[in-house]
Design a binder for this molecule. Structure first.
Ligand code: PLP
Length: 450
């Protein structure tokens, strides 16, 4: 760490209040201050390069200096750089993006609502559901179901939906935010239970929760097709098929939070396609702009859209919106990023290399202190354990995953420690050679740390 008083690191330490950052590590090592990127590498102020095996934060999937996306941003900036989308006014580019999003969505028709982030998009859906039920004569229908280990964001409502213990720091969750089971068979399956039986048990538990709380008090359920920040947890086999009929039975809308899984991360355009989620709405963000502009979106499927349109008309409007939601710069970037995803072979690359990715993960999973190696498409995790058979966590395994990530960083690789797991979410443009290097660095790192 550069300790000179005017170094970038010191200036950061004096002026920046960091979130989601281990302060011990930060105080010891200082921040990594970056200047630019090339392909899937980023460079710090000292000229050191790092392969970013996390695509920024799951979002920089086309590399860090994609000419076409940069040009699209600049062209829009020259023509019409910023406008809000309220009071019946909207930029033409945002209309074009909406058409495109519905075209590639799993819905035959629908509409898009814009935000600046994934948290805001989830929060927006909560308000949509509350308004919908209230206007339909069911004001008591306010409870929101999500799941243990879920991550839905950081606003007060979405942190309440997030099933992570750290939100106790804020006295959350708020009352009325309920957490159903996490569909992680390796961790929560019982001895002798098949994966399908496990999914069915979780579905029965969900129905019991709904009945106990009162079906007519539940506003909706949110689920990530693959839990991301919870440690990359693909659903157990048959999970969505098991819970879907129960939600339908009680008229509870299902919202797919596709902030990570949307736009190709699992190898399909949507995690909902991959896992047969059949959602009523999709929440998207991150890859929508390949990380080049902040943007979130709610894609409303036809039924929810029709119901919301009807109640909004009764209320004269949907009284909710973000000044920069649907910003034309972000819209132009998103249109281009989606074109790049479809026409420059990014989705194909995820599918071509996902087998190599999974076998690299499994090889890491053979390490003495690795429990489960899991993933899909270009998202994966290796969970650390003290004992493979009992799956008991290592003493201080949180610090160990942090130490592995720090050691990898020294070696020029960015990966993410998430609880007891090391998480990888490479950019969709990663090559075979880069992938092999990523796994080689991680293998060396694990050998050195243990
Ligand atoms: N939902 C999921 C599944 C996420 O992974 C995230 C962020 O990582 C969010 C919501 C929140 O998005 P944002 O950080 O853009 O508010």
């Amino acid at each position: 760490k550069d300790q000179t008083s005017n170094s970038w690191e010191q200036r950061d330490m004096h002026n920046v209040f960091h979130g989601f950052t281990d302060l011990d590590t930060l105080n010891r090592n200082g921040p990594v201050v970056l200047t630019h990127g090339e392909g899937i590498h980023v460079f710090d102020v000292h000229g050191k390069s790092y392969m970013d095996a996390n695509s920024g934060l799951w979002n920089n999937v086309a590399g860090f200096n994609h000419r076409g996306i940069i040009e699209a941003l600049c062209d829009q900036a020259r023509r019409f750089p910023g406008y809000h989308a309220f009071f019946g006014r909207i930029a033409d580019t945002t209309v074009a993006l909406s058409e495109k999003l519905i075209e590639i969505s799993p819905f035959p028709s629908g509409k898009v609502y814009y935000t600046n982030s994934g948290s805001e998009a989830n929060d927006t859906v909560v308000k949509m559901l509350w308004m919908l039920h209230r206007r339909n004569g069911q004001p008591q229908r306010r409870k929101i179901i999500s799941r243990v280990n879920a991550y839905h964001g950081v606003t007060v409502a979405t942190a309440s939906m997030t099933g992570k213990a750290y939100n106790a720091e804020f006295g959350l969750p708020l009352p009325g935010f309920l957490h159903a089971d996490c569909p992680h068979f390796w961790r929560f399956g019982r001895a002798g239970e098949t994966e399908i039986e496990f999914s069915q048990r979780l579905a029965r538990n969900l129905e019991e929760l709904i009945i106990k709380e009162g079906p007519d008090t539940i506003a909706g359920m949110f689920a990530e097709p693959v839990q991301g920040a919870g440690g990359v947890i693909p659903p157990s086999e048959g999970y969505f098929e098991a819970i879907r009929p129960i939600l339908r039975k009680y008229g509870i809308p299902l919202i797919a939070d596709e902030v990570i899984t949307g736009f190709g991360r699992t190898g399909a355009m949507w995690g909902s396609d991959k896992y047969n989620v059949q959602p009523d709405a999709i929440v998207a963000s991150k890859c929508i702009t390949a990380g080049y502009f902040p943007m979130g979106a709610v894609l409303l499927g036809p039924d929810l859209c029709a119901a919301l349109t009807a109640v909004s008309e009764k209320a004269e409007e949907f009284p909710h919106g973000f000044t920069a939601g649907g910003n034309p710069l972000g819209s132009a970037v998103a249109l281009k990023a989606l074109e790049v995803l479809e026409t420059e072979g990014l989705l194909e690359n995820v599918n071509r290399l996902s087998g190599r990715f999974m076998s690299g993960l499994r090889q890491l999973g053979e390490h003495k202190y690795a429990g489960e190696a899991r993933g899909v498409g270009f998202m994966g995790a290796v969970e650390l354990v003290a004992d493979k058979a009992t799956k008991v966590a290592l003493d201080g395994s949180y610090q160990i995953s942090e130490r592995i990530a720090n050691k990898a960083l020294e070696k020029g690789l960015i990966c993410r420690p998430l609880g007891q797991a090391i998480v990888l979410g490479p950019p969709f443009v990663m090559t075979e050679v880069e992938m092999d290097r990523m796994f080689a660095i991680l293998a060396d790192t694990m050998t050195e740390v243990f």
